[in-house]
Design a protein around this ligand. Structure first.
Ligand SMILES: NC(=O)c1ccc[n+]([C@@H]2O[C@H](COP(=O)([O-])OP(=O)(O)OC[C@H]3O[C@@H](n4cnc5c(N)ncnc54)[C@H](O)[C@@H]3O)[C@@H](O)[C@H]2O)c1
Length: 497
């Protein structure tokens, strides 16, 4: 390596625990491929390791120099690698990124998710003791609180499997480290999805149990029905948290009940605004020097999230156009005062948006429309994975395609403007971020657990197929929305008049 590589991460904990956490990492370095020896100790807060190919790794527990710029009890892990090969550097950083969360950090997250963390006291008889759970929920701190609750509701860690969607969340590696290192839960990558499902089914079947799927994007059941049909009977039911997951079930005959948090009133009416707001906030964070006020924006898809994005952008003083393939939604957008058009091409040509936010689901914007954009336009998606824009078309129609690091991908169109697809077209609220605040997402995470409990308990209202009315009824009965209102609504006995 010509220059040293450095990885730093700030974390919050007491002094003793901070040293222990890094000492554990140093212990794991001893088992990292290519490592010859590890030296150092927790007392010195400094460890080093040498690699067979000449690489040197150094791991240090440091303190931020400017304590006024960080919160109390902040420690800084500083990992440095010099001299060796790229493979050695990758192995070193792969290990040192696996820093579990401290007791202080987990305690803070638990306090921020009172509904999710309170479920075990609502159901102390461990209603999930007789099932396995296969999850594909986003790898964020809030997810760890859900996992803690599922464990407390009775699921054995050995009967749980997590599919890592491989989005670049702010804390992906730390969440992985926590799941594997602290709980011993099996984590499989999305790229090994089928192997992960097969492993889960084998493991849980061997224990004489069946499983509930808790999905976020339709990853599991369509893959099971298509590629592992013999495993379909293993699953008792499916909890799905997002619309794109529901779309992936279109046309499939569901052999089991679906608990559709995705389509529930709770999710549509309460969460969509938060996602829209988090998406716009992260867009602004990634582009701090842009000035969007007074500029034209276009929102694709005037559904639950798109309509909220349009409102948030309008409140940020952008001139907002909306487009929806569904005429009723288009009329709704028009009557709310947004600029609309019958064809997307005409709307783009007339409005020339500086910012395009895709909330439609799939293939809503391609090369033909991109050619009509002004120079420097930015495309942003809220849709799962990179399905929103026709990125292959953009690539084929570009003279230059450049990776612009955390910003995303730049496309210099051969006969059009240079544009930026922010975050490579992945959902922007997760791009090196944690989307909604924990207190906000608490309701939906608690809703997912309510679904798992209802499915595991064989609630008779949940029949094979879609169960939207039953989902709404069970969520309402669970009392979590009442609790949310008690926590964040007007004071009891308050109000005016
Ligand atoms: N980023 C996140 O945190 C997050 C969370 C939940 C959902 N999502 C995803 O965001 C997307 C939108 O979710 P939603 O709940 O608002 O869905 P929705 O079904 O309420 O809205 C989608 C809208 O897009 C319109 N549409 C579909 N195809 C179109 C096209 N080609 N051109 C123009 N309009 C089109 C539909 O008519 C509909 O009005 C989905 O892909 C969903 O999975 C993201």
């Amino acid at each position: 390596m010509s220059r040293s590589l450095v990885h730093t991460v700030d974390f919050i904990s007491g002094d003793t625990e901070a040293r222990q956490l890094l000492d554990e990492l140093a212990g794991r370095l001893e088992h990292t491929p290519g490592v010859r020896a590890v030296h150092g100790d927790a007392g010195a807060a400094l460890w080093s390791c040498s690699f067979d190919g000449g690489g040197l790794g150094r791991l240090e527990l440091a303190a931020p120099s400017d304590t006024a710029a960080v919160v109390e009890q902040t420690h800084r892990l500083v990992a440095t690698f010099s001299y060796g090969t790229k493979a050695e550097a990758n192995a070193f950083f792969e290990t040192v990124r696996q820093l579990p969360f401290s007791v202080t950090e987990i305690g803070k997250a638990v306090a921020e998710l009172p509904l999710t963390s309170g479920l075990p006291s609502r159901w102390p008889d461990k209603p999930l003791a007789g099932v396995g759970v296969l999850l594909t929920i986003h790898h964020m701190r809030d997810f760890l609180v859900l996992v803690d609750s599922l464990l407390a509701l009775g699921v054995e860690a050995a009967h749980m499997t997590v599919i890592d969607k491989e989005y670049p969340y702010a804390n992906t590696h730390r969440v992985d480290a926590h799941l594997v290192g602290r709980h011993g839960i099996a984590v499989w990558r999305y790229s090994d999805l089928l192997a992960g499902i097969a492993d889960h089914v084998g493991r849980v079947t061997a224990a004489g149990l069946r499983s509930v799927i808790m999905d976020d994007g339709g990853y599991v059941l369509p893959a099971v029905l298509r590629d592992l049909p013999n495993a379909a009977g293993h699953f008792i039911g499916l909890v799905e948290q997002t619309t794109s997951g529901i779309r992936k079930l279109d046309g499939l005959t569901l052999p089991l009940p679906l608990f559709s948090v995705a389509e529930s009133d709770m999710k549509g009416m309460i969460e969509s605004y938060g996602i829209a707001d988090a998406s716009v906030r992260n867009t602004l964070r990634l582009l701090p020097d842009e000035k969007f006020e007074g500029q034209p924006a276009l929102v694709l898809g005037f559904g639950r999230i798109g309509s909220e994005v349009a409102r948030v952008l309008k409140a940020r003083r952008m001139r907002v156009a909306v487009f929806d393939a569904d005429i009723t939604r288009l009329v709704a957008g028009h009557e709310e005062g947004f600029l609309t058009g019958r064809t997307l091409d005409d709307l783009v040509a007339a409005h020339r948006p500086k910012l395009v936010v895709g909330c439609a689901g799939r293939g809503s914007f391609g090369l033909r429309q991109a050619r009509l954009l002004p120079e420097g336009a930015v495309l942003v998606s809220t849709t799962s994975r990179d399905y929103e824009f026709a990125l292959d078309e953009l690539r084929e129609g570009s003279a230059v395609v450049a990776d612009r690091g955390v910003l995303g991908t730049g496309y210099e169109l051969a006969d059009g403007p240079g544009i930026l697809v922010l975050g490579h077209g992945m959902p922007i609220n997760f791009h090196y971020a944690e989307s909604l605040s924990n207190r906000y997402v608490d309701l939906v995470l608690a809703g997912l657990a309510v679904g798992a409990v209802a499915l595991a308990g064989g609630d008779e209202r949940l029949r094979p197929g879609h169960n939207l009315a039953a989902t709404n009824a069970i969520l309402a009965e669970s009392g979590i929305v009442d609790d949310y209102y008690r926590l964040y609504g007007p004071p009891v006995g308050g109000g005016h008049g």
